[in-house]
Design a binder for this molecule. Structure first.
Ligand code: NCD
Length: 303
């Protein structure tokens, strides 16, 4: 039985196969509409979500399966003090596969240790978010054709942004990828990510001003400042508007750069950028459903 806790749980070859399966689903969704007949997905969300939870549910429904679950810790027995491992063990009796989001780093690992069905990490605190990374990879692959040789800019909250950590880990495994890490000093990538970049000999540069780096980027991955992970509100207020991507800044970018964002956005991308053909974040959200369909098929060993 396989789980997906970190993007590294899938080899490069498996990741590429999963993206290829997502491409086949996009080309002919009807061919997959009964693949999960009689199967159930449980979505256990102890933290807010729109895209991740609903795209998981839509994915299972489009595969012919059914869904059950909860969308907040308050409405589950976590509110009564139940542990994550007990919840995972019990839900394994009711569902064939679990997607779980939790505010604590490592929660998905704990759930997987006790679950008797595959567990997918749908975000564990500020740590990892592997299915967002699969979404990002599918988007990049479809829009850029390949991962090799890309210059990837990541901008915003690189410290607490789990999507950033997972995407860097995954992209490091392709050839000649270069990272431009744009953040205020307080929100730089955590040491465990930087150490990996240094020890692996990967090309990366940390800068503070988006204007100084945007013209080199093939991809600009914007992120929200993660208010819920800050220790105090003052720091959040001081840092929240560090970057606002607008039409003026887009003028400095390459004509074929693409702008991605895991969403939700708050202020970091002005609405005027939505009309720029390089803005791909809504398309990215759609790909999230297809890649999750592919992942469910793989972990249920249907495909
Ligand atoms: C991200 C998350 O939850 O980490 N959202 C998502 O899953 N698309 C990003 C965020 O909340 O800022």
């Amino acid at each position: 039985m396989r789980h997906l806790i970190s993007p590294m749980d899938l080899s490069v070859q498996e990741t590429d196969q999963l993206l290829a399966l997502a491409d086949r689903i996009i080309a002919d969704p009807k061919a997959y509409s009964h693949k999960c007949d009689g199967k159930k997905l449980a979505t256990l969300f102890f933290e807010p979500s729109t895209r991740t939870r609903l795209s998981f549910e839509a994915a299972m429904l489009e595969l012919g399966g059914q869904v059950l679950g909860f969308s907040s810790a308050d409405s589950s027995s976590a509110a009564k003090g139940e542990t994550v491992s007990d919840t995972a063990r019990v839900v394994s009796c009711y569902a064939d596969i679990i997607a779980m989001r939790h505010p604590k780093e490592g929660a998905a690992t704990v759930a997987a240790a006790k679950a008797t069905v595959p567990v997918i990490n749908a975000g564990d605190g500020g740590h990892h978010h592997p299915t967002q990374t699969l979404t990002d990879l599918l988007t990049i692959h479809r829009l850029k054709g390949s991962f090799d040789g890309l210059t990837v800019g990541l901008c915003g909250d690189l410290k607490f942004g789990r999507t950033v950590h997972s995407l860097i880990k995954a992209m490091c495994r392709y050839q000649n990828v270069r990272f431009l890490l744009v953040s205020p000093p307080e929100l730089r990538v955590p040491d465990y990510i930087r150490d990996d970049l240094v020890s692996g000999g990967f090309a990366f540069t940390e800068v503070e001003r988006l204007e100084d780096a945007i013209s080199d980027m093939d991809i600009l991955y914007m992120t929200r400042v993660q208010r819920e992970r800050f220790f105090n509100e003052e720091d959040y207020i001081r840092l929240r508007d560090s970057y606002i991507l607008d039409s003026e800044k887009m003028k400095l970018a390459k004509p074929d750069m693409i702008v991605l964002h895991p969403l939700p956005r708050v202020n970091e991308i002005a609405a005027e950028v939505d009309d720029d053909p390089r803005a791909k974040y809504f398309e990215q959200a759609l790909y999230g459903k297809y890649v999750r369909m592919a992942l469910i098929l793989k972990l249920l060993e249907v495909e």
